[in-house]
Design a binder for this molecule. Structure first.
Ligand code: FNR
Length: 191
């Protein structure tokens, strides 16, 4: 693992004023010294086509390289129709291919999400957890960061103003680092 712990964060919204992108920016802002969160915008991914997976577009190669270079991932999902948005699923599908060359294999990750509804992306997050099983992503279970009523928690500049939610995001980042260290220590002990 690199000296500074490196997390790659990506959010499944292309919207300029996205609450999920704003939540990810909050994680970047709150990351303590020694933890670096880089972000990857999911703009510009063409629709996944299995015919093209052996010659993926550049953006996919860059995304897979960014995932490979990170110690852990922070996936931020909106909720669309009780599930994860196509933009996020599409990027995940690209990075999981070709078969046997998935960028996600064994990677540690945490998830969070923001929605304007009361339930704060809970249904989308559980769909994402289902995808994570096939991807063999090692997902942190707790804390669950489900940011409901997002319009009331972010100001017009996209700053998360809800203190309790800010603390939860900081907790999530720290828990992800501990979880990743614990898993890699376990793997070394077994080797
Ligand atoms: C939504 N939204 C939404 N919200 C929710 O809580 N549950 C849902 O199932 C849905 N479904 C849904 C479908 C589609 C197609 C859109 C465009 C929106 C509302 C959603 O929470 C809201 O648009 C958020 O602001 C989206 O996240 P970003 O873009 O702000 O990050």
């Amino acid at each position: 693992m690199s000296e500074s712990f490196r997390i790659l964060g990506f959010a499944g919204s292309l919207r300029k004023g996205s609450y999920n992108r704003a939540a990810l920016r909050t994680a970047v802002e709150l990351a303590p010294e020694g933890i670096q969160i880089d972000t990857f915008d999911l703009d510009g991914f063409p629709g996944f086509n299995e015919d093209e997976e052996q010659r993926p577009p550049q953006v996919v190669t860059r995304f897979k390289q960014a995932i490979a270079g990170a110690d852990a991932l922070l996936i931020v999902t909106p909720e669309y129709n009780y599930s994860i948005p196509g933009v996020l699923k599409n990027a995940i599908d690209w990075a999981s291919r070709p078969y046997g060359e998935s960028a996600f294999e064994g990677k540690c990750a945490a998830i969070m999400g923001a929605s304007i509804g009361n339930l704060g992306t809970s249904r989308a997050q559980y769909h994402l957890r289902q995808c994570a099983v096939f991807l063999n992503l090692q997902l942190l279970n707790r804390p669950e960061v489900m940011i409901g009523n997002a319009a009331e928690r972010f100001d017009e500049a996209g700053r998360l103003t809800h203190d309790k939610t800010r603390r939860k995001i900081a907790e999530l980042v720290e828990a992800l680092v501990e979880f990743t260290h614990a898993r890699s220590a376990g793997a070394e002990a077994k080797a």
